[in-house]
Design a protein around this ligand. Structure first.
Ligand code: ZN
Length: 208
């Protein structure tokens, strides 16, 4: 399990995540990569709004064009908007120059819509190294529970897998580009709410 810490450019492993600031009880962060998606993401946003739950999105730059209203909505509805690079390449293989260019370009696209540059990034495939870290200057956020939603593409199996593994302080990885992921995510929200979990954005999970 990886624990992101507050200093940009630094992250380390840890057995448990620190408690969300000022929150009592169990908490968990749902995170969604690879969007925005013109149909699935609004469906997810509707369901989250109904439940009063905030999550973290890591957007792919190349999917932002044409979906600006969705990104605006994420921000307006209290979700955290992060960077997942421009296209889904392995950043360490692309070379630092190309990798950072894709990350920067995506940050600018996000800033143009939300009014602020993203502070958090998740590299595609979790593929990252220290050289990129220094150049990008953002906080890298990985995950502690992998839903495997992209592979399972079956609501019940995704829900079962996540609920079996989830613990206090976890960061759950999902993708808001499949209908089955959206359905599963909302069912996970309902189940964990019943178990007493509070949903937080990843910045709220980080230590002071
Ligand atoms: Zn991805």
């Amino acid at each position: 399990m990886w624990r992101p810490i507050r200093e940009p450019g630094v992250w380390e492993g840890g057995d448990t995540l620190d408690r969300a600031r000022g929150l009592e009880g169990k908490c968990v962060a749902l995170t969604f990569d690879d969007g925005p998606h013109d149909e699935c993401t609004p469906m997810l946003l509707d369901g989250l709004k109904k439940r009063g739950v905030r999550v973290t999105f890591f957007l792919m730059g190349q999917s932002i064009e044409g979906n600006e209203e969705i990104v605006k909505r994420m921000k307006e509805e209290g979700h955290l908007v992060g960077n997942h690079s421009y296209s889904h390449i392995q950043l360490t293989k692309a070379g630092a120059g190309a990798a950072c260019e894709g990350v920067d370009k995506t940050s600018r696209l996000i800033e143009n819509i939300t009014g602020e540059p993203p502070q958090y990034m998740r590299p595609p495939f979790g593929d990252w190294n220290e050289e990129l870290e220094c150049r990008v200057g953002m906080t890298t956020v990985l995950w502690s529970v992998d839903s495997l939603d992209w592979k399972l593409k079956n609501k019940n199996r995704i829900v079962k897998r996540v609920l079996k593994d989830v613990e206090d302080g976890d960061i759950i990885l999902m993708h808001d580009i499949f209908p089955t992921s959206v359905e599963a995510a909302l069912e996970i929200v309902d189940a964990l709410t019943k178990e007493g979990y509070t949903f937080v954005t990843v910045d709220e999970l980080l230590i002071d």
